[in-house]
Write a protein that binds this ligand. Structure first.
Ligand code: URA
Length: 272
């Protein structure tokens, strides 16, 4: 038995928390080694994912009931395209996304994070996926990186009443891990339709994954930030600029000067 003064379980939990494993993905531990069927693709462990970020894979125990298997990726992408295409307004899109069961992240997230800001804005910013604070509040960029984003916007005279903010993936990946390519592809039709319906003049991609996904580019953010790309919103060609993700700027404050330049570029483009 664990003595009352043994702090190791607590320390282990603290370790998991610090490593980013702060989300419960099931009520019971799951013995993945005992399972005979391969887990669905979207739930399978990724080589790049630290073990601590997927505690259900790290412990053994009786097999627990699994969440409903997500549709195979191709099927889910098709269903997402069909649903997104059928939305005539942002409200309809939000409702359709709320009902959409093709992405396994929905099962582990607290709630969907659709958007914040002004749907008639000229500037739309798209991040990667909600984090812990966003998952709790149901709004994008409300945590530490969101506060920095607000300050960056304020520096060019903008606030959330003048921009529209969304993410590529509207559900928080467990432990803040990077969304898998499958999860991204499944959610992509919805954010593309969101951009089409908002119809901004300027699209700002926050971070490499957002830029690569939306602009179809392979280069990393250090190479692409601050450059203007043409993005076809479905309605027309608009200007799009990748810039550093605010979470990255929190870790690398020296890079803020580049983001500052990028935001000045956005400000200038708004007056052109
Ligand atoms: N990071 C993102 O990419 N999006 C959010 O909403 C919050 C943090």
């Amino acid at each position: 038995m664990t003595p009352a003064h043994d702090h190791r379980p607590r320390q282990l939990l603290d370790f998991y928390l610090e490593a980013g494993a702060d989300a419960l993905v099931g009520e019971e531990p799951v013995d993945r080694f005992a399972a005979t069927d391969a887990p669905p693709a979207a739930l399978a462990p990724r080589a790049s994912e630290p073990v601590a970020a997927r505690p259900d894979f790290a412990r053994a125990g009786p097999a627990a009931p699994q969440p409903a298997a997500p549709q195979a990726t191709d099927e889910a992408v098709m269903a997402a395209r069909q649903a997104a295409r059928s939305a005539g307004t942002l409200e309809e899109l939000r409702a359709l996304l709320e009902k959409f069961d093709g992405c396994a992240l929905k099962g582990s997230a607290t709630q969907m994070v659709f958007a914040d800001g002004n749907s008639k804005a000229k500037v739309m910013l798209v991040g990667e996926a909600p984090g812990r604070d966003e998952d709790i509040e149901g709004l994008p960029f409300v945590g530490r990186s969101g506060k920095l984003l607000d300050r960056m916007l304020a520096a060019i005279g903008l606030d959330r009443t003048q921009v529209y903010i969304a993410n590529i993936v509207p559900w928080r990946p467990p432990g803040n891990r990077t969304p898998t390519p499958q999860e991204t592809q499944i959610c992509l039709p919805f954010v593309l339709r969101q951009i089409e319906l908002v119809d901004p003049d300027i699209l700002v991609c926050l971070g490499g994954p957002s830029a690569q996904t939306l602009l179809g580019i392979k280069d990393g953010i250090t190479k692409t930030r601050g450059r203007w790309f043409t993005f076809n919103s479905g309605k027309r060609d608009i200007r799009a600029m990748p810039t550093f993700h605010p979470a990255f700027l929190l870790r690398s404050p020296l890079q803020k000067r580049f983001a500052w330049r990028d935001f000045l570029g956005v400000k200038k483009a708004l007056t052109e």
